[in-house]
Ligand binder design. Structure first.
Ligand code: CMC
Length: 437
C-alpha cells in the first residue's frame, strides 16, 4: 500500500468542517480512500451493503480486472497457468507467491500426497449422516470436525502450524469429498493412493471400487485438474471474505474453512454450477432448444424470479476468462468421450448465443461465468450434480487458506466488525405480559 500525494476531501452541506482522507495506491487497480478515521473525526459511518465500493483488506494473491475480463494469480494470467501448470503447482504459487522449481514441486507434492489419509474415526462422522444428505452439508460438518483431530497445529500465530494445517486441508479435501460421494451411493470408502497425481488420486477415490481394477482416464484427470486450477482463488468473494472474517476472531483454520464452505453453498455463489445444470435439465425436460425463447422471456420478466444461472458476475462486466477456458475444456471432454451431440451442451450453446445478442443481457453486461460450463464438464465426467459445489470447495480450499494465512500475517489485521445504520425502535419500556394488548 503506497500513500499518494492525492487526498480526498469530504465536505458537508450543513457547514460542518470538511475532512481530508489519505489515498493509497496498489500495484494495479483502483486506488482506495482510507476512511479508518472517519468515525473518530465525524461521528459518521459509511454505508455500503454488499461491499460495492469497500476494500476490506490489502492482498497480493489474486487480481481481477472485471472490465477487461482478466484474472491473475500472483501476477500470472489464468490462461497461462491453465495450460502450463498443474493444480499443485498452482497451489504452491497461491500459498508461497512464486511458482515452484522442479525440486520444490517434488517436495511439495510429496508433502501433500503424504497427508491425504484422514483419521479412521472420521468415517464415524459420515455414518451419522443420512445417505441422501447433500455433500455440502456433510463437508461443513467433517471439515469443521478436523479441528478436533489436529490439536498439534492449531496455534494460529505459529507459521509452522499454519503451514501444516494448510497442507492437511489441501491434502484431505479430495479424500473427504470422495468419501461423501461413496457414502451417498452406499459403496465402501476408497483409501488414497499416494503415488498418483492429486487429481488422478481424487478420480480413483471417486470412481474405483474394491471389486475391479481401475485404470485412471487421462482425459478425465486433465479436465478435473483444469476445473481445480480455474476455481483455486478469486480474491475477496463472499466465501473468502467469510473465511477472513471467521479467522479475524482467531478461530482455527479448519473451522474457518468450514465457514467458507457454508457460504460457498449458496446458489448465488458456488451453488451456481449445480443450479446451472439443473436449469439446463429443466429446459431439456420442457422441450429442449425449441423452448429456449420462452425460458429467456421468463428470465427477462421482472415479475418472475427466474435467473439465467451461470450468467452475470459482481466483478466481471466482460466475458469471465475462466468461462472461456472452461468452454474449451467442455468441447475437449465432449469430443474425447464422444458426447458432442450431448443435448445439454446444445441447449447451453443456444442459450449462450441468445444471451450474448439479447439487449437485456448486453445492456447489463451479463456474460457466462465459469459455472455455466463447469457443470456440463463435470456431468460429462460422471460426477453427480449434487457434488459440483463440493468440488468447487475442494478447489477453493487453497485460495481460502492462502487468504487466511495472508490475513493472519498482516500487522494491520483486526477482528472484522462491520457497523450499521440502525433503523429499529429506540428505547422503550417492557410492558408486563398480563398488561400487553
Ligand atoms: N439472469 C438474469 N438477470 C440477471 C442475472 C441473471 N443471471 N444476473 C444479474 N441480472 C440482472 C439483475 O436482475 C439486475 O437487473 P436490473 O438492473 O434490471 O435490476 C442486473 O442484472 C444487475 O444484477 P445484480 O443482481 O445487481 O448483480 P450482482 O452483482 O448483485 O449479482 C450475481 C451478481 C452473480 C449474484 C448475479 O449475476 C446472479 O445471481 N447470477 C446467477 C447466479 C450465478 O451464476 N452465480 C455464479 C457467480 S460466478 C461463481 C462464483 O464466483 O461464485
Amino acid at each position: 500500500m503506497t500513500p499518494t500525494d492525492n487526498k480526498a476531501t469530504l465536505s458537508f452541506s450543513n457547514g460542518s468542517p470538511s475532512i481530508d482522507m489519505p489515498i493509497y495506491k496498489g500495484t494495479v487497480g483502483p486506488d482506495v480512500i482510507d476512511i479508518r478515521k472517519l468515525y473518530g473525526q465525524t461521528g459518521m459511518f459509511t454505508y455500503d451493503p454488499g461491499f460495492m465500493s469497500t476494500a476490506a483488506c490489502n492482498s497480493s494473491i489474486t487480481y481481477i480486472d472485471g472490465d477487461k475480463g482478466e484474472l491473475l494469480y500472483r501476477g500470472y494470467p489464468i490462461e497461462q497457468l491453465a495450460v502450463n501448470c498443474d493444480f499443485l503447482e498452482t497451489c504452491y504459487l497461491l500459498l508461497k507467491g512464486e511458482l515452484p522449481n522442479q525440486a520444490q514441486k517434488k517436495e511439495f507434492e510429496f508433502g501433500i500426497m503424504h497427508h491425504t489419509m484422514v483419521n479412521e474415526q472420521m468415517s464415524s462422522f459420515y455414518h451419522g449422516f443420512r445417505r441422501d444428505s447433500h455433500p455440502m452439508a456433510v463437508l461443513v460438518g467433517v471439515v469443521g470436525a478436523l479441528s478436533a483431530f489436529y490439536h498439534d497445529s492449531l496455534d494460529i500465530n505459529n507459521p509452522e502450524h499454519r503451514e501444516i494445517s494448510a497442507m492437511r486441508l489441501i491434502a484431505k479435501m479430495p479424500t473427504l469429498v470422495a468419501m461423501a460421494y461413496k457414502y451417498s451411493i452406499g459403496q465402501p470408502f476408497v483409501y488414497p493412493k499416494n503415488d498418483l497425481s492429486y487429481s488422478a488420486n481424487f478420480v480413483r477415490m471417486m470412481f474405483s471400487n474394491p471389486c475391479e481394477e481401475y485404470v485412471v482416464n487421462d482425459v478425465l484427470v486433465r479436465a478435473l485438474d483444469r476445473i481445480l486450477i480455474l476455481h483455486a482463488d478469486h480474491e475477496q468473494n463472499a466465501s473468502t471474505s467469510t473465511v477472513r472474517l471467521s479467522g479475524s476472531s482467531g478461530a482455527n483454520p479448519f473451522a474457518c474453512i468450514a465457514a467458507g464452505i457454508a457460504c460457498l453453498w449458496g446458489p448465488a455463489h458456488g451453488g451456481a454450477n449445480e443450479a446451472a445444470l439443473n436449469m439446463l435439465l429443466d429446459i431439456q425436460k420442457d422441450g429442449g432448444v425449441e423452448k429456449i425463447g420462452e425460458f429467456v422471456a421468463k428470465v427477462k420478466d421482472k415479475n418472475s424470479s427466474v435467473k439465467l444461472m451461470g450468467f452475470g458476475h459482481r466483478v466481471y462486466k466482460n466475458y469471465d476468462p475462466r468461462a472461456k477456458l472452461m468452454r474449451e475444456t467442455c468441447h475437449e471432454v465432449l469430443d474425447a468421450l464422444g458426447l458432442h451431440d450431448d443435448p445439454l451442451f446444445k441447449i447451453a450453446m443456444a442459450l449462450e448465443k441468445i444471451a450474448l445478442e439479447d439487449e437485456y443481457f448486453v445492456s447489463r453486461k451479463l456474460y457466462p461465468n465459469v459455472d455455466f460450463y463447469s457443470g456440463i464438464v463435470q456431468s460429462a465426467l460422471g460426477i453427480p450434480t449434487s457434488l459440483f459445489t463440493a468440488i468447487f470447495a475442494l478447489a477453493r480450499t487453497v485460495g481460502w487458506i492462502a487468504q487466511w494465512n495472508e490475513m493472519i500475517s498482516d500487522p494491520e489485521q483486526k477482528i472484522g466488525r462491520p457497523r450499521q445504520l440502525f433503523v429499529g425502535a429506540t428505547t422503550r419500556d417492557v410492558v408486563p405480559l398480563a398488561k400487553r394488548a
